[in-house]
Design a protein around this ligand. Sequence first.
Ligand code: AN0
Ligand code: CP
Length: 317
Amino acid sequence: MRTFTSVADLGPLDKALAMAAEIKKDRYAFTELGRNKTLLMIFFNSSLRTRLSTQKAAMNLGMNVMVLDVNQGAWKLETERGVVMDGDKAEHLLEAIPVMASYCDIIGVRSFAGLVDKAEDYEERVLNQFIKYSGRPVFSMEAATCHPLQAFADLITIEEFKEVERPKVVLTWAPHPRALPQAVPNSFAEWMNATDYDFVITHPHGYELDTKFTCSARIEYDQNKALEGADFVYAKNWSAYADPNYGKILSTDRGWTIDSAKMALTNNARFMHCLPVRRNMIVTDDVIESERSIVIPEAANREISATTVLKMMLESL
Ligand code: AN0
Ligand code: CP
């Protein structure tokens, strides 16, 4: 595997899930595979889980790891070609990428959507420059439009916790004080569509996601109706995708916060969120602390999804 941005990159999903299950049983089984191979993780944005779980995954496989926080200690990077660089950015990505690539074998990139220029975000300009100019396998650690390591971990978690063959999974928008990217819900929708689960998306009007990711998923604007009979409730905020409101907050209605009354509508559902989560905006304290909440095992599975993906990339070197 030379790039990892979408579910299709994994090949047959059942095989990838079987590999993830095998890795979970013995995460050190392939510790020789990454010997003398170096992972470079580049962060344009903050992270707790992705940083630690991906580093741990690389260590599971015997790799060396380097982490660069672009905004802390590195030269500020220009990402647009043709710009007269007379501002505060001292280096261009077009030099920085091949230089960084010369020190490593695999590259992970975190670069969030700017939420200003939709075309720039949805063309994945930063991530695609790494893919084009590094000559290395590149994976997304949440880029502008996708967060595949999260969606893979989410799928592994649902497979572990499901009590019926074809669970009802509800992705619900929830309020948040800051404008957030669509990357997490985009990837979650894409990955749920790759399964045969009963998948429903609920959000207020105006929060429709890119149909490239949602495809034929059922959209239900009435959150209470969507939650009826749910086996998994996956809460997440995102900003508007549709024009002319791209990147804007259209609602902070706390009537959409997941509380115990909402959870009572479900089939005793498991509660999921990718974290970090704002309590009592997205979800109430009692729901996230309840025994039906699986946010911690979900986050723990980030190590498993990352180990599986890095193993596949190491095998392609
Ligand atoms: C980010 C987002 O919503 O994309 C990262 C989530 C994994 N969340 C925040 O910035 C709070
Ligand atoms: N879920 C997730 O990607 O978390 P971080 O932003 O902390 O990496």
